[in-house]
Every structure is written in C-alpha cells, then in structure tokens.
Design a binder for this molecule. Structure first.
Ligand code: CMP
Length: 161
C-alpha cells in the first residue's frame, strides 16, 4: 500500500497522541512511514528498522528546528505541519508532510546550510548522525531518493542565480 502525505499527517498525529513511550516510534508507525516518498520501495521490515532508529519531536509554530551555521546532528522528516527553509542567499521554500531536511550537514560535515523554522506546529521524526549513516549504507533505494532530492535542489539553485 502506498499512502499519501495527507495520510501521513492524520495517522502520525493520532499515533503520537496515543503512544505509550513518548518520542519513540514503535512498529505501529510503519503505515505512517509508508506514506513518506523518501521511504518508497522499502519493505515493512525495512520500515520497522527505520522506525527503530527514529524519534519524534514537536516544534511550536515560529520555533527554529535547525539554524544556518550550526553543526548538524540529525536528519528530519516532517510528519505533520509545515516548515520554512531560509537559505542565507536564495529563495525561502516551504516543506510539508513527507518532506525531509537536514541531510547536508550530516553528509559533508559542514555547518547547516540554511535555517529551518516551524511555519506552523510541526511534528517531525528525526534520526541522529550514526543512525542516518547506517540507514544510507543499508538502504540503497533511500540513498538514491535522497540524491534525487539533492539534484533537484541544485537545479533550482542554479535557476535562481
Ligand atoms: P542542512 O544543511 O543539514 O540543514 C539545513 C537543511 O535545509 C539542509 O540540510 C537541507 O536539507 C535543507 N535545504 C537547504 N537549502 C535548501 C533549499 N534551497 N531548498 C530546500 N531545502 C534546503
């Protein structure tokens, strides 16, 4: 079953409220992760592994999630709400449920390239540096999808200059 980002939102919000161990994603999160485009092609078993590496975190509207120039320690996927990416130069853009961010600083070890702020109340799942690295080595489809995102972003940046 491929679910849509809209289904991610509804299911994630309900689950987060219902969960018994706050901040942790148990195996009952698998259907939510099935709706995240980045995780397309991963089996249920793979998704359970992803869930085991991830935690949830909420950000109130207006609060910073990552700041440009800070060292990076986590990769994020938006499960509910919208966030605004503000690169130091270049156009701000909006990220929605199913979108991810924060991979760049983990991949190249350089500081955060942009600030990301909660544009409304946001529910994220995040994976730490070691977990992210493990995931990329284990899941080639996921690495491929992430490269696609980077290529699209590079093209958009070229166009806006
Ligand atoms: P990172 O540099 O770790 O932290 C900020 C994140 O914002 C970055 O990773 C990307 O995931 C994301 N990001 C940076 N620039 C853009 C952009 N121009 N459009 C969309 N997302 C971006």
């Amino acid at each position: 079953v491929t679910r849509s980002p809209a289904a991610v939102v509804a299911a994630a919000a309900a689950l987060e409220v219902a969960q018994s161990r706050p901040g942790r994603l148990g195996r009952d999160w698998t259907p939510v992760l099935e709706g995240v485009p980045l995780f397309r092609g991963l089996s249920r078993r793979d998704l359970r592994r992803v869930a085991a590496l991830a935690r949830t975190k909420r950000f109130a509207a207006g609060s910073p999630i990552v700041r440009a120039g800070d060292p990076g320690s986590a990769f994020y996927v938006i499960l509910d709400g919208k966030a605004r990416v503000t690169p130091p130069s270049g156009r701000p853009s909006i990220l929605r449920a199913g979108d991810s961010f924060g991979e760049m600083a983990l991949l190249d070890g350089a500081p955060r390239s942009a600030s990301v702020t909660a544009a409304e109340d946001v529910l994220t799942m995040w994976i730490g540096r070691a977990g992210f690295s493990k995931l990329l080595r284990r899941e080639p489809q996921l690495a491929h999808a992430l490269l696609g995102t980077l290529a699209a972003r590079l093209r958009a940046a070229e166009r806006s200059h």
